[in-house]
Design a protein around this ligand. Structure first.
Ligand code: SF4
Length: 120
């Protein structure tokens, strides 16, 4: 594996990291530029299982607000984002909805729920 440049987003400092495979190391990778252990974990996860919290909105059918902000309860695999958006774009929500209410269980078979980001 060639080296890969990554900006760590685990905290606001945003260290510039370089990761490359190193079979001799304990975790199989070498990470340069990290000023703390979280950066090492972040870089390895970004290479082996990249994930993101997905935020979006869903259609609301019985409110003056036309869209409800939503997000995944946890970070989902990046390669599932388009499948999740397909499901999000297909649903319509009826009020009342509370912040944290589950709107789609196990979205795109990720094991993670889509939840409301606000009361409406
Ligand atoms: S490596 Fe540590 S200090 Fe640097 S951005 Fe990541 S979490 Fe913050």
């Amino acid at each position: 594996m060639q080296s890969k440049e990554i900006i760590c987003t685990a905290c606001p400092i945003g260290c510039r990291l370089t990761i490359y495979r190193d079979e001799a190391s304990e975790n199989g990778f070498q990470v340069e530029g990290s000023t703390c252990k979280r950066g090492i974990s972040y870089a390895i996860a970004e290479i082996t299982d990249p994930r993101r919290i997905l935020t979006s909105t869903v259609r609301v059918i019985n409110s003056t607000y036309k869209r409800l902000p939503v997000r995944t309860g946890e970070a989902i695999p990046k390669d599932k984002i388009f499948q999740c958006m397909d499901e999000i774009n297909r649903i319509e929500i009826k009020c009342p909805v509370k912040m944290g209410d589950v709107l789609i269980e196990n979205i795109a078979e990720t094991g993670i729920n889509l939840i409301s980001s606000r009361n409406l």
